[in-house]
Write a protein that binds this ligand. Structure first.
Ligand SMILES: *[C@@H]1O[C@H](CO)[C@@H](O)[C@H](O)[C@H]1NC(C)=O
Length: 426
């Protein structure tokens, strides 16, 4: 793996529902966010058969899923694609679904898995045989390449997508709003509390819109639920956990996680990254303790597997912890990052506990997005970019070394082959 160079960027986009917000810096400098732009409308002016809300997601090593919605029920779930604009060598027919939510009936939701695809190549595609051409670039296998700040390979989003909160047409507005980005690079998402959309008795089934619209490669990763899954991309194994699915020992998610971690080969994927919605570590006063039962149930699994990074959302601010396990600094534990500051309509979570516990290294209540550049099998660079509406500034950054390359952590990793109690200490 001499020349094993790769790059994966994590971006959390700014959503549109920002109210009038003034940001008070929690750290050493004063940052005042300019007033937000007005809400961006995404009118549904497509002809009924034309694709809208187009987004792509990774499926396995060399496939991509193209998803879109049409108002016309007769359009077939067909994607034509090729490497030259307008020349489609391959045509694939996939599946479709739709759902009802009280008086709302969704359009026809199409999901088509295409491939095998080559790495680091731009493909041009058309959905349903009509409408405009889209393109995406597949993630690289290996490369020395310069990326602009606005460019990235894969987007990872730890939950809270449309903020529809039961108002189904907002899912469509959101889909149209993100299409220019989500049709060009894979968007890999996990669920947040704003996607649950269940009511006792009258609508008991949760995540109907989310699961219908944002189909992720759960079957391909041996999971029985779209709410938790994993995938490999360019030397990184990414695990998406479900904060709103059962997670106790004995639950399907727990058993799946044990099996998935056992399959990870750190020679092939030296980096191990986990995303979930409700943070396990959080010194903000908002949502205190909400991730605690999941942490108690699952933290030892991630620790024993030497997970490098855990990203969470939920709390509308940014916070980075030191490597940690069971509330103590631990050089073989993951770095926990809360990046719930992609934007929302509720405003920022401004209050942090005082004094700051020593495991919390940086926090700031500003909107922003993060970027993870995995340069090779040992080094990655994480940066957090505070957004204002015109440009973004690096607010926090750190170099990370993969735990798979740190001898002390590797040794205990090998010990893990023997059964261990969950209270295993270094
Ligand atoms: C990995 O990248 C880091 C940072 O650029 C560099 O210092 C290191 O030498 C690289 N390691 C390998 C094996 O290429």
């Amino acid at each position: 793996m001499e020349n094993f160079q790769f790059m994966l960027l994590v971006l959390l986009v700014i959503f549109i529902f920002c109210d009038q917000i003034i940001v008070h810096s929690q750290v050493s400098f004063e940052y005042v966010r300019p007033p937000p732009r007005s809400i961006i409308a995404t009118p549904d002016d497509h002809p009924e058969s034309h694709p809208q809300q187009v987004h792509v997601s990774l499926v396995g090593r060399d496939h991509m899923r193209v998803s879109w919605v049409t108002d016309d029920k007769d359009v077939s779930p067909k994607v034509e694609y090729g490497k030259i604009p307008g020349k489609y060598e391959v045509s694939v027919t996939g599946e479709h679904t739709s759902y009802r939510y009280f008086f709302y009936k969704s359009g026809k939701i199409h999901h088509v898995k295409i491939g095998p695809l080559e790495s680091d190549v731009t493909y041009y595609y058309r959905c349903g045989g009509v409408g405009k051409e889209f393109s995406f670039r597949t993630p690289p296998l290996s490369f020395p390449i310069e990326f602009a700040v606005a460019d990235y390979d894969v987007l990872l989003l730890p939950g809270d997508l449309s903020y529809a909160d039961t108002q189904q047409p907002l899912w469509d507005t959101f889909g149209r709003f993100v299409e220019p980005y989500a049709s060009r690079r894979p968007w890999m998402v996990t669920q947040g509390n704003h996607e649950v959309e269940a009511f006792p008795v009258i609508h008991t089934h949760p995540f109907v819109a989310y699961n219908s619209r944002w189909l992720m490669p759960f079957e391909e990763s041996g999971s029985n639920s779209n709410l938790y899954y994993s995938f490999d991309v360019t030397g990184v194994h990414v695990i998406m956990l479900g904060s709103y699915a059962d997670f106790d020992a004995g639950s399907a998610q727990y058993k799946w996680l044990v099996a998935d971690l056992a399959r990870v080969n750190r020679e092939k994927t030296p980096w191990l990254v986990v995303l979930l919605h409700a943070p396990w570590y959080n010194t903000n006063t908002a949502h205190q303790g909400e991730g605690e039962s999941m942490r108690k149930a699952m933290e030892h699994l991630l620790y024993n597997a030497r997970v490098d990074l855990v990203f969470a959302g939920h709390v509308h601010s940014y916070e980075r912890f030191t490597r940690v396990f069971d509330n103590e600094p631990n050089s073989c534990g993951p770095v926990h990052v809360t990046i719930g500051d992609g934007g929302n309509r509720e405003g920022l979570a401004m209050m942090f506990k005082k004094p700051t516990p020593p495991i919390s290294l940086f926090h700031e209540a500003s909107f922003g997005h993060g970027r993870l550049r995995v340069l090779n099998q040992t080094h990655a660079h994480w940066s957090w970019h505070r957004n204002d509406d015109y440009d973004s500034t690096v607010g926090d950054e750190i170099w990370l070394e993969s735990l798979s390359s740190i001898q002390q952590c590797k040794e205990t990793l090998q010990d893990r082959e023997q059964p261990k109690s969950s209270n295993f200490e270094l």
